[in-house]
Design a protein around this ligand. Structure first.
Ligand SMILES: [Zn+2]
Ligand SMILES: [Zn+2]
Length: 208
């Protein structure tokens, strides 16, 4: 499935893949890597060369998001500094690759992100809770938030995996509620394109 949201393209390859977002020559999250042919045909339908992608920014180090990093041969790779070692060492435990019947191929990390950094015009917001190094990416001008597995249309990401924390998730939610968000583009499922504040309020109400 492919959906255009302004200048953002959302690609949803399968239920086990994270959403893949394409903005110019940047990709946010890359799916599992299992559906390469489908991704290739979507890119050719978009009249875009996969080799033209310059950056892959991972919202966190779980396999359903990083497994496909290898699709993008010419891209530089970015991830929060706390989860860079998952990629560098091919860490199958912290990435939960076995849960997905996959394996992480070690990959050099070109940029280790931290709170407040900016990458390709997006602000990095460190939002632990789902995992230690989970980030959201915020476009301050367009008020678009890429929320990874921190917040979805109807809830938050699970906090029971190693590195997850309910306390951290509460704090991260509080921070996100302080942002003006016009479009919420999560790591799985449908985007929220209107009434984001309402959705965020009901998510946090049901979480506490
Ligand atoms: Zn995920
Ligand atoms: Zn995850």
């Amino acid at each position: 499935m492919l959906k255009k949201i302004g200048n953002v393209t959302l690609i949803d390859l399968s239920d086990s893949d994270s959403n893949i977002y394409v903005i110019d020559n940047m990709v946010i999250d890359s799916g599992t890597g299992f559906n390469f042919n489908r991704l290739m045909s979507i890119f050719s339908a978009m009249k875009k060369d996969i080799a033209s992608i310059e950056w892959v920014v991972n919202t966190h180090g779980h396999f359903d998001h990083i497994g496909g990093n290898g699709y993008f041969l010419n891209a530089k790779i970015a991830i929060h500094e706390l989860e860079a070692s998952i990629l560098e060492n091919g860490d199958n435990d912290m990435s939960f690759s076995e849960f997905f019947n996959g394996q992480v191929h070690p990959r050099n990390v070109d940029r280790k992100l931290k709170e407040g950094d900016e990458i390709n015009g997006f602000k990095v917001i460190h939002t632990p809770g789902h995992s230690l190094g989970s980030i959201c990416l915020y476009d301050e001008k367009e008020k678009i938030l890429f929320s990874g597995d921190t917040v979805f249309a109807e809830g938050v990401g699970r906090t029971d995996l190693p590195g997850g924390s309910q306390e951290d998730m509460k704090k991260s939610l509080e921070r996100l509620k302080g942002l003006e968000i016009a479009k919420l583009l999560p790591g799985h499922g449908a985007p929220v394109l209107e009434n984001v504040k309402l959705a965020m309020d009901s998510i946090s109400d049901s979480f506490y």
